[in-house]
Design a protein around this ligand. Structure first.
Ligand code: HEC
Ligand code: HEC
Length: 201
């Protein structure tokens, strides 16, 4: 990542000699790509990807922290499946354990509780197992991002109880890197720089 940024900076210096308007574009794009790296660090974090999974409908227990006390098991225990409903309506509903009420979530290994119905996002919003470039393109695709504009994505980050929990999961779990304002700032820089994705022409 550092090497890539170094290369980009080198490119900016070269272009700055060629013409300043073009150099400014390139600089905005480089800043936007760096901001995307920060966004990607969040959306690829287990506090987010344990829910943002695909058609398997199996929530995950990856990277919980607790000093590795959970061992190697990564799929949600107790044979929990979200199925097509994404809330486990077909078998054992998420709310059986993940009660929809705000909680300090201070008891290790207790099911997280927030003031929203605990559920998996729709399949098309899956991030688990995807590359940075794939997630980037997906977040810009109205068919796969809940039809959110980039600005609305920022609003979602600011208001979603899931996102708030991911940055402050309590109970000794590892939190997603950064904070909500930092993620919103990174989104703003990414938007100003033209929402580039790694590998864009
Ligand atoms: C408990 C499961 C759960 C967790 C954990 C979770 N989300 Fe989500 N997420 C959802 C659901 C459900 C939706 C669909 C929108 C809705 O119903 O609010 C969603 C939608 C989204 C969306 C908008 C749609 C898209 O994919 O473009 C974003 C952005 C998002 N989540 C970000 C995050 C981030 C960042 C984290 C981690 C800090 C996170 N989520 C953690 C359940 C979760
Ligand atoms: C029988 C109780 C039970 C049911 C039902 C249940 N869960 Fe859980 N869930 C737990 C427990 C307990 C934990 C905490 C595991 C730990 O921290 O050791 C947990 C943790 C999780 C996590 C990990 C959060 C993190 O820290 O990254 C996700 C994701 C999750 N559940 C999703 C779901 C979804 C989606 C459903 C419904 C389809 C569901 N769970 C149904 C008990 C349950």
């Amino acid at each position: 990542m550092r090497t890539l940024r170094g290369a980009i900076t080198g490119g900016i210096i070269a272009l700055a000699c060629a013409g300043s308007a073009r150099a400014q574009d390139v600089q905005g794009r480089a800043a936007a790509l760096a901001a995307w790296d920060d966004i990607h660090a969040v959306v690829s974090h287990p506090r987010c990807t344990n829910c943002h999974v695909g058609p398997s409908g199996l929530p995950l227990w990856e990277g919980l922290g607790y000093g590795g006390a959970l061992g190697k098991e990564v799929v949600h225990g107790m044979n929990v499946r979200a199925d097509d409903s994404r809330i486990g309506a077909e078998s054992m509903p998420c709310r059986t354990c993940h009660i929809s009420a705000a909680s300090a979530n201070s008891v290790p290994h207790a099911p997280p509780k927030i003031a929203d119905a605990w559920r998996l996002p729709p399949i098309e919003m899956a991030w688990k197992g995807k590359t940075s470039a794939e997630i980037c393109v997906q977040l810009l695709d109205p068919d796969r991002n809940g039809a959110f504009t980039p600005e609305e994505l920022s609003d979602h980050v600011g208001t979603s109880a899931f996102v708030a929990w991911g940055f402050d999961p309590g109970a000794g779990r590892v939190a997603a890197p950064g904070s909500i304002p930092e993620m919103q700032e990174a989104l703003a820089i990414w938007v100003v720089g033209g929402t580039p994705c790694v590998g864009d022409p």
